[in-house]
Design a protein around this ligand. Sequence first.
Ligand SMILES: Cc1ncc(COP(=O)(O)O)c(C=O)c1O
Length: 372
Amino acid sequence: VNPYYLRKLVEHDEKNLARRLQDSVGIDFCSNDYLGFSKDPVLKRNILKSLEGVDSGSAGSRLLRGNNSWVCKLEEELASFCKTEEAIFFPSGYQANLGLLSAVLDNKTMVFSDELNHASIVDGIRLAGAPKTIFPHSDIEALRRALQTADSSLRKVVIVESLYSMKGDQTPLKEIFEIVLAYNAELIVDETHATGVYQSGVTQSLGIQDQVLATIHSGGKALGVGGAWVATSAMVKDYLINFSRPFIYSTAPSPMVAEALRCAVQFWKEVGEERAFVAKEKARDLRKDLSMFMSESSMSGDGLIVFLTLNESALAIEWSERIREKGLDVRAIRYPTVPEGHAGLRISVHAHQSPVDLKNLVNALKRLVLEC
Ligand SMILES: Cc1ncc(COP(=O)(O)O)c(C=O)c1O
């Protein structure tokens, strides 16, 4: 094997940035299973029942034989969930961002992208070869200035996440939407971590889902299954079917995944809002407990994600290991997932975490803070 690979791995390790696959053991404080859907026995039973007779594979891309009744039924359900004209299904949120952005952006479109946008957004913009302005995180004045001074011959598209995946904070979406309207730009909102936690997303909660270009939703987080979709107008869906290369040149996801996701959305309609409410109450209590011994400035997030900034990667690894020894699964988040020097612990609060587990987590963190 070429020594290049080993050299790169050693360099990575020396910076405390090496990743290893770890067993999923201990109480889950790190996954995105916010509502406990991925292990819910009722949802699993519903899925198993409805999979009877569903094909295991799609056998082709959507434009060949991969367009089956299951995926069409799913897309109808997803559009109704999002209250949009249409939805278009993708194998994952990563591919949905690539599929959407590579198609709607081009070298004559100026993109305005929040500095903390997810890697799949960054990669989608790169794939499109679009010129971009990265604005400071959720800084609406900086966004306004950038739009004001942009080349007027270019189309303008603003891309944000409604709820940031690592820091867990909500973007000021209403204000951003107003700025976008004022400067005649278009808006794309990644709703991955808000889907199922704030209805289908914050865009829908604000009632502006018909006025944005598109929203991106993952079926693998609060909905506990997998797959993803872009919610949009009939016109943009038609455009993506014609111009989105990741959509066109890839085997359509298994109809089994499509059917399972449809069951999850139906299940959400029965229990989703109540579970999201319970989880938000738990997150609020956790923040209150942590604020007894941690500074406001070291904690971010205002929903179900609590991010504790420790800055140094080595410290984030050490704290995560110490907490994991207590049977609580909290992971270190490091560059490039967060900017350099902003490493920390990302705690995700779930509806089904018990008061004892949450108390144990608070105690474990308190001990680490006191030892510091
Ligand atoms: C904001 C954001 N967008 C997109 C994705 C990709 O979604 P998926 O995991 O479904 O590929 C993620 C994944 O964590 C994300 O956080």
